[in-house]
Design a protein around this ligand. Structure first.
Ligand code: PDD
Length: 286
């Protein structure tokens, strides 16, 4: 079965989906996106994703082309038209097609694109080994809360990690932890989960919220705040989270081990809570 995508009111095979070169997404990176994980054909926390989508659209002043009921219908149809049990839906809206001019076009209709890909969770070995990360100065703009498609800084930051043989880049702005190039970052210190605040310097992750909810529900203390580099480097554990990676332990930072250099007990606890939640809630019939 060929991959079916959605483009401007039509479902069609990906090979047949084309966007004009004057689309402002192509010319300016002028658009926003969402990534929604799908377990057993059910979109996870769709309402929360649609709230974040509305926040991104409002922030860049693009009118939402659909109401939530319509989004829900279209997303569910896209999922049904693609085979894998577990998928992730990528949803992308640009300001539309117009003659190149930085100013907003007066009458362009937004371009709406969605595709779904198989959601493949990390192999067991990766949970057991953890991943390497490097650090970098967070040189992005001041609106990292917007899920903007203009991801050049994130792309360059991620590539620094790849070039160093690592998986993710952990960023610090003015010396304090913000997030990863495509993930949120948590630390653990003396049994307490340290989390950066959901401000304009990080993307408010849906997985971030879930991790904190699971912590609170299970009596694990959480401290939300600004944490400087020295504190993060000396932490007992470091984790990254995202819809496509779930929770992974970061076991080295810039080649230096985090504590023992192995995923710690709090990571294993959160991993178990996450897997239990996935089985009980994410895969449960609606
Ligand atoms: N990225 N921070 C950044 C910069 C991200 O790009 C992502 C996710 C997150 C985690 O958000 P969530 O838990 O809602 O996935 C944090 C997605 C997966 C991507 O761009 O592909």
């Amino acid at each position: 079965m060929s991959q079916i995508v959605y483009l401007n009111e039509k479902f069609l095979p990906i090979e047949q989906a084309f966007v004009p070169v004057l689309d402002r997404g192509f010319i300016f990176g002028d658009g926003i996106y969402e990534v929604i994980p799908v377990y057993s054909h059910r979109p996870f926390r769709l309402d929360e994703h649609l709230v974040r989508l509305q926040h991104s659209l409002d922030s860049v002043r693009i009118d939402n082309p659909y109401d939530n009921e319509e989004w829900s219908r279209l997303i569910r149809e896209l999922i049904a038209r693609n085979e894998p049990e577990d998928q992730y839906v990528y949803l992308h809206i640009t300001r539309g097609v117009a003659k190149r001019d930085h100013a907003f076009p007066k009458d362009a209709a937004p371009t709406v694109f969605m595709m779904s890909n198989p959601l493949v969770i990390a192999p067991r070995e990766l949970f057991e080994s953890g991943v390497a990360a490097i650090s970098a100065i967070d040189n992005r703009w001041d609106r990292c809360d917007i899920k903007a498609i203009s991801l050049l800084p994130n792309v360059l930051l991620r590539q620094l990690a790849i070039d160093a043989g690592a998986t993710e880049t952990v960023m610090f702005r003015d010396g304090t932890l913000t997030e990863g190039s495509a993930s949120n970052i948590f630390a653990v210190e003396n049994g307490v989960i340290l989390a950066p605040p959901k401000d304009n310097h990080m993307l408010p992750g849906i997985t971030y919220d879930l991790v904190l909810e699971l912590a609170v529900a299970n009596g694990i203390p959480v401290e939300v705040g600004k944490f400087d580099q020295a504190r993060i480097r000396q932490a007992n554990e470091l984790w990254l989270t995202s819809s496509t990676k779930e929770v992974l332990a970061i076991t080295t930072l810039d080649g230096q081990p985090i504590a023992s250099g192995k995923p710690g007990p709090m990571f294993w606890r959160m991993h178990a809570l996450y897997q239990d939640y996935k089985a009980r809630v994410m895969r449960a019939p609606e």
